[in-house]
Design a protein. Structure first.
Length: 147
C-alpha cells in the first residue's frame, strides 16, 4: 500500500497486520520520500523541524502490562535500529482497551526512518497483543508553545 503524501502533511490510515507488511515492503523499496504540498514543503523547512506520529491501537486490558513490559525491552532496539532522531515517545491510555503511541522526531527524514522501525516492531508484536487495525496520524509541528 503506497501512501499519497501530496494531499496533506497529516496522514491517517488504518493497518491490518497484512497491510502493514505490504506497506513495509513498499517503504523499504522506495529509495527516496518526497512530500510536496502547497501548505507544507519539506525542502523549505529546516531539517530540525519536529515531526509527530500518533498510532492508536487496541490491546486487550489483561495483556496491557505485558505489552508495556515488552515495549520497554524494545527501547534500546529502537534506538539501535533508528540510529537517533527520535526525541521522545509516550503511550497514553485513551480508553480501557485503547493505547495511543505518540512519537516525536527531530525531522521528517527521521520520522520516515522511524516509521520503518515502528512497523518492524509492530509486526513482531501484532499477533500477540494488538487486536485491531492500527490507526496512524502524523505530521510536522506547525506551532509550538514552550512554557
Amino acid at each position: 500500500m503506497k501512501k499519497d503524501l501530496e494531499s496533506s502533511p497529516k496522514l491517517s490510515s488504518e493497518h491490518s497486520i497484512e497491510e502493514t507488511k505490504k506497506e513495509q515492503e513498499t517503504v523499504h523499496n522506495q529509495s527516496e520520500v518526497a512530500i510536496n504540498n502547497d501548505s507544507f514543503d519539506a525542502s523549505k523547512q529546516p531539517t530540525h523541524q519536529k515531526y509527530f506520529r500518533c498510532s492508536l491501537f487496541t490491546i486487550e486490558p489483561e495483556k496491557q502490562k505485558e505489552f508495556i513490559e515488552q515495549s520497554d525491552s524494545f527501547k534500546k532496539e529502537v534506538r539501535k535500529r533508528l540510529g537517533g532522531g527520535i526525541l521522545s515517545a509516550y503511550m497514553i491510555q485513551t480508553e480501557r482497551d485503547k493505547i495511543l503511541l505518540v512519537g516525536e522526531y527531530d525531522s521528517v527524514e527521521n520520522a520516515v526512518k522511524g516509521k520503518i522501525v515502528a512497523d518492524e516492531i509492530f509486526l513482531e508484536m501484532d499477533a500477540k497483543f494488538i487486536s485491531s487495525p492500527i490507526r496512524t496520524e502524523e505530521g510536522p509541528v506547525v506551532y509550538e508553545v514552550n512554557y
